[in-house]
Design a protein around this ligand. Structure first.
Ligand SMILES: *Cc1c(COP(=O)(O)O)cnc(C)c1O
Length: 421
């Protein structure tokens, strides 16, 4: 459920007409709903009710500080995957002890930054990384809390580019080697082993892969405890999928996911962390774009938009489907017609949808891509020297630009011409 609904024939974000935002900030733009962000956060929070837990929003899904602050004020921690994300979370006011540091290639500088600024734990992905954390912590005279990310070798049954839990993926250490790696962790100075971490992929639409992974984590917890490690925290990653179409089969609800966690791991008495990104932000954001031209091709009509693959890359990168809706609600009985919906970038991959049934549209009409809140704005680029599009946050009847559109001068002046030219 989200808060982007038609009211009196026009699409709204909460209590603000989308057309009003478009008039104020220009198109294309991203718009997020505070109520939807908070609703999704609370669904997880309620799903883990009765269990000691922290929901660490995976901020790589949508990392604007206004979004981080909205969630942090509701009690969320953050899952960060780079030094930049760490600093951004701190800038948004998230305390270090609510920040979990994940990522497969943390550098010594990033580790130092987090140890000096405060961090809840590092989710360690390899033995060489463990050694660097140990060395940096020792040099700083502090102790680094760590978990080790184990790769449980389960098939997440999701798109290949976002599956992370098979043994052929680059993530984590093979679960079969966990005893050895934990023994090594216990022997290194400057480290305190606090738990186990697992994250098997993104956009999971069934619970079975989670169940397989969490059962393996439960077994591993008991084994590591018997080997003398004080496993008291389980970080279970993110990955719960969202419905990208309103027609398709619904992915499991956070409540069912929470129940699965309690059923598979509840008996261990561990503190639970989860790292949802997509489910919190995905359906809390739209990308709004304007039709520049309607072009009639051979046997098909193209809607050429002012938004493009550089603004929303998911269709080009993951063959992702986004529902696309007109901002003016079609009158009942309007006959739909098929369009190829494309951006202006010089790539055939700049195609959002083929033969998508829409009401008849004309130049200047506004349309909205639904479910664009996660892995949307954060994956945008300035390809074709197209400015990063603005982000807007709505709360009730208020809206604010939370990242402005850069000017062309700002973009162009980032280049430096060498003296010899
Ligand atoms: C990407 C990622 C997440 C979030 O995944 P979602 O599918 O957005 O919930 C969580 N944890 C880690 C380590 C990740 O890399």
């Amino acid at each position: 459920m989200d808060h982007f609904l038609y009211r009196d024939g026009a699409l709204y974000a909460e209590d603000v007409p989308i057309a009003e935002i478009a008039a104020a900030v220009g198109t294309p733009f991203y718009v997020y709903s505070t109520a939807t962000l908070l609703r999704h956060y609370r669904l997880f929070d309620e799903a883990l009710d009765g269990t000691d837990h922290l929901i660490c929003y995976a901020m790589k899904a949508a990392s604007n500080q206004a979004i981080l602050k909205t969630l942090a004020q509701a009690g969320a921690g953050m899952d960060v995957v780079s030094g930049g994300e760490y600093l951004r979370a701190r800038a948004a006011g998230v305390p270090g002890d609510r920040i979990v540091f994940s990522g497969v290639g943390k550098t010594a500088d990033e580790i130092r930054m987090a140890l000096m600024g405060g961090v809840r734990q590092f989710n360690v992905e390899s033995e060489p990384e463990m050694e660097v954390i140990s060395a940096v912590a020792t040099e700083l005279g502090v102790t680094a809390p760590i978990t080790v990310r184990v790769n449980p070798d389960v098939d997440a049954r999701t798109h290949a580019k976002i599956a992370t839990g098979k043994s052929e993926n680059k993530f984590g250490i093979p679960i079969a080697r966990a005893s050895q790696v934990y023994a090594r962790a216990a022997s290194l100075p400057g480290l305190e082993v606090v738990g186990i971490d697992v994250h098997i992929g993104s956009q999971l639409t069934v619970l079975e892969p989670f169940e397989q992974a969490y059962r393996k984590v439960a077994e591993l917890t008991e084994r590591l405890r018997s080997e003398g490690h004080d496993i008291r925290r389980l970080d279970l990653g993110g990955g719960l999928g969202i419905p990208y179409t309103r027609s398709n089969e619904a992915p499991p609800l956070p409540l069912e996911y929470g129940q699965l966690i309690k059923d598979t791991l509840g008996h261990l008495g561990c503190e639970i962390e989860i790292e949802p990104g997509r489910l919190i932000a995905g359906n809390a954001g739209l990308m709004v774009s304007r039709v520049i031209y309607v072009k009639s091709g051979e046997g098909r009509d193209f809607l050429i938009l002012d938004g493009a693959m550089n603004d929303l890359i998911r269709p080009a990168m993951y063959e992702a489907h986004h529902d696309i809706v007109p901002v003016l609600e079609p009158a009942p009985g309007t006959e739909m017609q098929p369009y190829d919906i494309v951006g202006p970038v010089c790539e055939t991959g700049d195609t959002f949808a083929k033969q998508r049934h829409m009401p008849p549209l004309a130049a200047d009409d506004l349309i909205a891509f639904r479910s664009a809140g996660a892995y949307g704005a954060v994956m945008a680029s300035e390809y074709n020297t197209r400015p990063l599009i603005p982000e807007v946050l709505v709360r009730g009847d208020q809206f604010a630009v939370i990242r402005a559109r850069p000017t062309f001068d700002e973009i162009i002046n980032r280049d430096t011409i060498p003296e010899w030219l």
